[in-house]
Design a protein around this ligand. Structure first.
Ligand code: E4P
Length: 218
């Protein structure tokens, strides 16, 4: 499973890239607004650091407005992917952009049928939102499982399942078990993936034993 980071914070992108685990980045209008920076500045900075796909979301809600924004974003860097919402206008824009060789990430997916529509429209990625489904008492991971299974029934579907709205490490494990192609993960959850008390205790014991030993003297 590929690891994307879900952020518009350049320091978080750099930190994950430096560790060597980063395959791409997703942003959204809320994350960019939180950064307090201009969208283009954020995207150019991210694309300097990351070679993989960098998702940039349109804010127009009509097809022509989305196409105009998308074509502009596509000029910013070779690796921008256009995020469009799962609406009729968004899928129509996705279909047109795919025909122009511009990759789309169809976002705000909350049902298996929506994912089927996105694949038909030529999406490179479909983004089912696990956490937001959990928030309303549904099982978000069930949606990932359904989409992975549905897509695997058809050889001609090459849309990648990108598990989004990830809230904790268990979501990452279960996305991989379900066969998601990608998980886009917030920085605090990436940090948690490294952690295990037995790792810390084991390392401390090795260091204590080493420092107390003859092998370390002279
Ligand atoms: C995905 O691309 C979205 O940016 C993101 O995963 C949304 O997550 P949230 O539900 O935690 O806002």
């Amino acid at each position: 499973m590929k690891f994307f980071i879900d952020t518009a914070d350049i320091d978080e992108v750099r930190k994950a890239a430096d560790i060597g685990i980063l395959d791409g980045v997703t942003t959204n209008p809320s994350l960019v607004a939180d950064s307090g920076r201009k969208l283009k500045d954020v995207v150019l900075d991210i694309c300097e650091i990351v070679d993989g796909p960098v998702s940039v979301e349109v804010t127009a809600t009509d097809r022509e407005g989305m196409l105009e924004e998308a074509r502009e974003f596509a000029t910013w860097a070779d690796n921008t992917v256009i995020k469009v919402p799962l609406t009729p206008a968004g899928l129509s824009a996705c279909h047109t952009l795919a025909g122009e060789g511009i990759d789309c990430n169809v976002t705000l997916c909350f049902s298996a049928n929506q994912a089927l529509l996105a694949a038909r429209a030529g999406a490179r990625f479909i983004s089912p939102f696990i956490g937001r489904l959990d928030d309303i008492g549904q099982r978000g991971m069930g949606l990932i499982e359904d989409i992975v299974q549905m897509y695997s029934n058809y050889d001609y579907i090459d849309t990648e399942v990108l598990a989004a709205s990830i809230r904790h490490p268990r979501h990452v494990t279960e996305s991989a078990l379900a066969g998601a192609d990608v998980a886009t993960i917030p920085a605090d959850v990436i940090d948690q993936l490294f952690q295990h008390p037995k790792t810390d205790q084991g390392l401390q014991k090795f260091l204590d034993d080493w420092n107390a030993s003859e092998a370390n003297s002279g």
